[in-house]
Design a protein around this ligand. Structure first.
Ligand code: 3PG
Length: 211
């Protein structure tokens, strides 16, 4: 059976998508996000510093639930598991990658952007999917249109989501939370401006689904 994302417990309305470069203090960043109310954190495996950052957050920031994003290969699944990630976010859903992610025993959020991909993942037991890249492939209108034919599925739209449009997504009945990088701007991370990250997180955490 699918390792459900719900196994993580309640998920805040916004999952921050974080790109960590060399020199960024990942633990301070994670603590700032948690203080703001966003304790489910996706660190994307797009930089050499990402795995080490996940490892440190997992070991040193117990109030955070940290996962690996942009997982594109079975090798990355193993690496993320080894460093203590609690969940995996896949930008798509090729079969071999989904198999490896499920075998890891971690919670898995695979992505779909078409009705066929959504149905294929539903067949495999998934109920919550990432909808990516949300704004580029149809945004709120697409998710609203799939609600009737695919009533059992819920989506985490990511890609072009920001404080400006998050409310429109969260108002949909099939959107319990959204993902986005806007709460972790690169310059704030570089400068160690944790007050700014905390304020952005608090603003995001004040959003709620169904409103
Ligand atoms: C992702 O990997 O989910 C996206 O790159 C995040 O998209 P955003 O930067 O538009 O929020």
């Amino acid at each position: 059976p699918q390792a459900r994302l719900e196994a993580l417990g309640p998920i805040p309305a916004v999952v921050p998508v974080v790109t960590i470069s060399d020199g960024v203090d990942a633990m301070s960043l994670a603590r700032a996000l948690c203080r703001g109310g966003l304790d489910v954190i996706e660190v994307v495996l797009r930089t050499p510093a990402a795995l080490r950052a996940i490892e440190r957050i997992a070991a040193e920031v117990p109030e955070a639930r940290v996962g690996a994003g942009t997982v594109t290969s079975p090798e990355q699944v193993s690496a993320a598991r080894r460093v203590g990630a609690t969940f995996l976010v896949l930008p798509g859903s090729p079969g071999r990658l989904v198999d490896a992610a499920l075998d890891s025993g971690l919670a898995v959020l695979p992505a779909a952007s078409t009705v066929t991909e959504m149905m294929t993942l539903a067949e495999r037991g998934f109920r919550t999917l990432k909808f990516f890249p949300a704004e580029a492939v149809g945004g709120v209108r697409l998710l609203s249109a799939v609600g009737a034919p695919l009533p059992g599925l819920r989506f985490c739209p990511t890609g072009g989501v920001s404080v400006a449009n998050a409310r429109d997504y969260l108002a949909l009945p099939n959107v319990p939370f959204v993902g986005g990088s806007w709460v972790c701007p690169g310059d704030a991370l570089r400068d160690g401006d944790w007050a700014r990250v905390e304020a952005l997180a608090a603003e995001a955490a004040s959003l709620s689904p169904g409103t």
